[in-house]
Design a binder for this molecule. Structure first.
Ligand SMILES: NC(=O)c1ccc[n+]([C@@H]2O[C@H](COP(=O)([O-])OP(=O)(O)OC[C@H]3O[C@@H](n4cnc5c(N)ncnc54)[C@H](O)[C@@H]3O)[C@@H](O)[C@H]2O)c1
Ligand SMILES: [Zn+2]
Ligand SMILES: [Zn+2]
Length: 410
């Protein structure tokens, strides 16, 4: 089958790889009908999420049709349409039973202390072969796969595999209640869904911070009050627009590839700050392999976190869903502590939220395809990665369509 394969930092290719097989009785084989590219995949190719094993199939967002199930998968039939949660979880350990699927004790072959198990990630996450492919092996399929009703299309469902649940999880971690003012850092796909989720939870006002025009426009269309950090100092603007109070809740939907301002008042940082960011970059991305405008890591890994802490009101809540590697150790703990902030964070427990979001989409409460801007064939995946990585105008969320030639059970 065809799949997007990680070769080395800055080198991904569309390769021919062997079809997956059932390996465990709890596995299912799914023929993918949709996949997508996530900001996390960009961290991987830029070198800010390290430890990838060359040869790993990338991708952790998928929708498809069950082709085959192992003998311990009792709730699915061949031919069922399903959405695949990005994270892999057993469904029976104490963490899974409590809803903390991303902290499952059993799904990561490296052991219970090794971190979240997910498709297409670094060696420490499994590694499991990813979903930017024609076929996938889904471990613990009975506990993971969520059946899709006919009314929910593939284009809608692909957004329920990772980014909508992540953003909804982020809004929940932010403890958003009716009337709250909320700041969302990052208007990529996750940030866009964080805006939508904050609305669903009844936020009073939503500020959205980024610098990419098409992304700020989409945020504004959703009703957010937008702030371009290359034109204004985001914390100063938020303070001014909230009567000097700051926001009740903030969500970091940026992660380790954060950049700092290049122009405007926020660009005036002192030499110490510049040095500090440069040291962080060296730590989180010791090896990089840029190619023209592609695969360039962010220049200020802790910038979004710092702005978020500064823009929060006293006793506010910070939710961190942007991904950081263990190499990033700086966080303004003193400022956060002295403002009595609550900080919640983590990898999404996808399976906890997906069934509820499927219902919301089916009932028409929300149409996630408003955030889907690109549909590309899997065969053009490398060009699509490059356009998304460069943040070309309008390239906000990219769905990948596997070739129709991968015929299986339909
Ligand atoms: N926690 C989870 O389980 C989970 C799941 C999925 C994705 N993620 C993470 O969410 C983050 C966002 O994903 P995405 O797909 O939207 O990525 P993306 O790269 O498309 O979007 C990031 C956005 O942040 C903006 N940005 C950069 N620096 C900024 C700053 N200092 N302040 C404000 N905005 C800034 C960029 O311009 C970009 O629009 C990534 O870190 C991704 O790894 C986490
Ligand atoms: Zn993701
Ligand atoms: Zn478990």
């Amino acid at each position: 089958m065809k799949a997007v394969v990680f070769h080395s930092i800055g080198d991904i290719r569309l390769d021919e790889v062997p079809d997956p097989q059932i390996e465990q009785p709890t596995d299912a084989i799914v023929r993918l009908t949709a996949s997508a590219i996530c900001g996390t995949d960009l961290h991987i190719v830029r070198g800010t999420m390290r430890g990838m094993k060359p040869g790993t199939v990338l991708g952790h967002e998928g929708v498809g049709i069950v082709q085959e199930v192992g003998r311990d998968v009792r709730n699915l039939n061949r031919g069922d349409r399903v959405v695949i949660p990005s994270t892999i979880a057993c469904g029976y350990c104490s963490y899974c039973r409590d809803g903390y699927y991303s902290q499952c004790d059993n799904s990561n072959p490296n052991g219970p202390e090794s971190g979240t198990a997910f498709f297409g990630g670094p060696e420490s996450s499994g590694p499991f072969r990813g979903l930017q492919a024609e076929w996938a092996r889904v471990p613990f399929a009975a506990a993971g796969l969520v059946k899709l009703p006919e009314e929910v299309s593939d284009d809608q469902a692909i957004l329920l595999s990772d980014i909508f649940p992540t953003a909804y999880f982020g809004a929940t971690l932010a403890e958003i209640a009716a009337g709250d003012t909320v700041a969302i850092y990052g208007c990529g796909p996750v940030g866009q869904f964080a805006i939508a989720s904050a609305k669903l939870l009844g936020a009073g006002r939503i500020f959205a911070v980024d610098t990419i025009e098409s992304r700020l426009n989409m945020a504004r269309e959703q009703g957010a009050e937008v702030i371009d950090f290359n034109a204004e100092d985001p914390t100063e603007a938020i303070k001014r627009l909230t009567g000097k109070i700051g926001v009740d809740r903030a969500i970091d939907a940026v992660g380790v590839d954060a950049v700092t301002a290049r122009s405007g008042p926020a660009a005036k940082i002192d030499r110490n700050q510049k040095k500090h960011f440069a040291e962080e970059v060296k730590k989180v991305a010791p090896t990089t392999n840029p190619e023209g405008n592609n695969w360039i890591p962010g220049d200020a890994p802790s910038q979004a976190l710092a702005w978020a802490v500064d823009s929060l009101a006293k006793a506010g809540t910070l939710s961190i869903i942007g991904v950081y590697s263990e190499d990033l150790e700086s966080f303004p703990v003193g400022k956060a502590m002295n403002k009595n902030l609550t900080v919640n964070m983590g990898n999404c427990n996808h399976r906890t939220y997906i069934p509820k979001l499927v219902d919301m989409v089916r009932s028409g409460i929300i149409d996630p395809t408003e955030i889907l801007t690109q549909k590309e064939p899997l065969t053009s995946a490398i060009d699509a990665y490059k356009a998304f990585d460069e943040r070309q105008p309008g390239w906000i969320k990219v769905e990948l369509k596997p070739p129709a030639s991968s015929v299986g059970f339909v």
